[in-house]
Write a protein of this length. Structure first.
Length: 65
């Protein structure tokens, strides 16, 4: 299994691409790819999961309009 598979799965399951996550994090997609090569510390993972949750909320709000 790849490092940070839980993050990769969360992005895919919610219908996003990694580049969209990188954009939401305010970093380049290449930098995100490099970050994900090694298992991230828990605090960084929690931050990323919060960002994914916000992305989902934003999409739901846009669909509701």
């Amino acid at each position: 299994m790849k490092p940070n598979q839980d993050i990769r799965n969360a992005v895919e399951e919610n219908g996003f691409k990694l580049w969209e996550l990188a954009e939401a994090l305010g970093i380049y997609d290449g930098n995100l790819s490099r970050k994900l090569r090694r298992e991230l510390p828990t605090d960084q993972k929690e931050h990323i999961f919060r960002v994914i949750d916000r992305m989902v909320e934003r999409r739901q709000m846009q669909e509701g309009e």
